[in-house]
Design a protein. Structure first.
Length: 82
């Protein structure tokens, strides 16, 4: 029901954020303040060729992909504030 969807979205956001941070750290994108990479060098949902989601129904997949773009927007905004 509704609680399982909330848990799914929270897990998705948490795992996706940690994955993005890990990829950014491996690519050195987190050193942008030291003259390193630009904002375009950070990993986001458009960087990958595809994602695989658990899909009990199609709408969950659509919302999950949209949620990843929302997380990307929050991360981009947070970098601008730094």
């Amino acid at each position: 029901g509704a609680l399982s969807q909330v848990c799914y979205y929270r897990a998705l956001e948490d795992c996706y954020t940690k994955f993005c941070n890990k990829v950014d750290a491996l690519n050195g994108a987190d050193q942008s303040s030291q003259g390193g990479s630009k904002d375009g060098d950070h990993f986001d949902a458009d960087s990958a060729d595809y994602f695989v989601f658990h899909a009990p129904y199609n709408k969950l997949v659509q919302k999950s992909y949209g949620r990843m773009h929302f997380v990307d927007a929050r991360r981009k905004h947070a970098r601008k504030l730094e």
